[in-house]
Design a protein around this ligand. Structure first.
Ligand SMILES: C[S@@+](CC[C@H](N)C(=O)[O-])C[C@H]1O[C@@H](n2cnc3c(N)ncnc32)[C@H](O)[C@@H]1O
Length: 267
């Protein structure tokens, strides 16, 4: 961690740190992510939408458009280009069933609903209301996740947009969640719940059980340093077992559903 910080210390990062340590942290993290990508370190970049088209699962149809909510800014951390990729993957893949871990205010949930076929099932999982999380030996939470759990207005976007009949909310700690009733049915999985190593591993293994042959799994927050480094290390260790890519110039990672399913067989 210290080595990573030292790599990106320079005049402007020091100047920023004197004003606000969190801003300097965000700046250095983005610089290091960009450096890794440009230097060819970590996961290779590959466009998931092109992959969907190559597989014959969808096409670049001239009459189609992606949709985003007008309220783009939220504290959930997903950046504009990432929201666009999620919308585009959904639009081109046309998944029958989508499963998201990490509803938060429902911004990404609403994007799945807007861009999926009208008869698609969108399922999203988050902690029950009023759950308090902490970081200790039994509960491995990173500080930013503790704040997100406190701040969330669960699925607020979905309700404000009047789309509540189009989704299913599961309220459960992902560690306790039983994926077996959904076995082999999910065509788009999105993992953006708790970001510690243990949780991302748990969430990936549960999503692996649920995936269909067709489709993709996507993860948010790949490539981060500091508190997000264990997540990146986990995904890079998975890339030794199955093909796994980053979405260029974003912190999204993805893999083909059929490859992620193979992980479930190895558990
Ligand atoms: C980063 S936010 C998701 C943001 C959302 N995908 C978006 O961009 O609109 C992470 C969410 O995961 C939820 N979460 C944290 N720990 C969880 C757990 N153990 N099980 C289920 N959900 C969890 C938090 O309550 C929070 O709402």
């Amino acid at each position: 961690m210290i080595a990573d910080a030292l790599k990106s210390v320079n005049f402007i990062s020091t100047r920023l740190a004197l004003r606000d340590l969190e801003l300097a942290r965000a700046f250095m993290s983005r610089c290091l992510q960009m450096y890794d990508e440009l230097a060819g370190r970590g996961l290779a970049g590959k466009d998931p939408v092109e992959f969907i088209v190559e597989q014959g699962w969808g096409e670049f149809a001239n009459h189609e458009r992606v949709e985003l909510p007008t309220r783009l800014s939220d504290n959930g951390g997903t950046r504009l280009e990432e929201l666009l990729y999620l919308a585009n993957v959904t639009k081109v893949l046309k998944p029958k069933t989508i499963f998201e871990i990490g509803t938060y205010n429902g911004r990404t949930t609403s994007i799945f609903i807007m861009n999926a076929p009208p008869d698609a099932t969108v399922i999203t999982l988050d902690l029950p209301a009023a759950t308090e999380v902490r970081s200790d030996s039994a509960n491995d939470y990173i500080d930013t996740d503790i704040n997100l759990v406190k701040r969330r207005k669960l699925a607020r976007y979905v309700y404000e947009l009047g789309m509540e009949s189009r989704y299913r909310q599961i309220l459960c700690d992902s560690m306790e969640f039983d994926p077996t009733p959904y076995s082999g049915t999910i065509e788009l999985g999105f993992i953006d719940g708790a970001h510690s190593y243990e949780y991302v591993k748990n969430d990936t293994e549960k999503v692996a059980v649920m995936m269909a042959e067709r489709g993709l799994v996507m993860w948010h927050d790949y490539g981060g340093k500091g508190r997000f480094k264990p997540l990146s290390d986990y995904l890079e260790s998975l890339a030794k077992k199955i093909p796994l890519y980053r979405v260029p110039e974003t912190s999204l990672a993805w893999a083909a559903a059929k490859d992620v399913r193979r992980l479930a067989a190895q558990l």
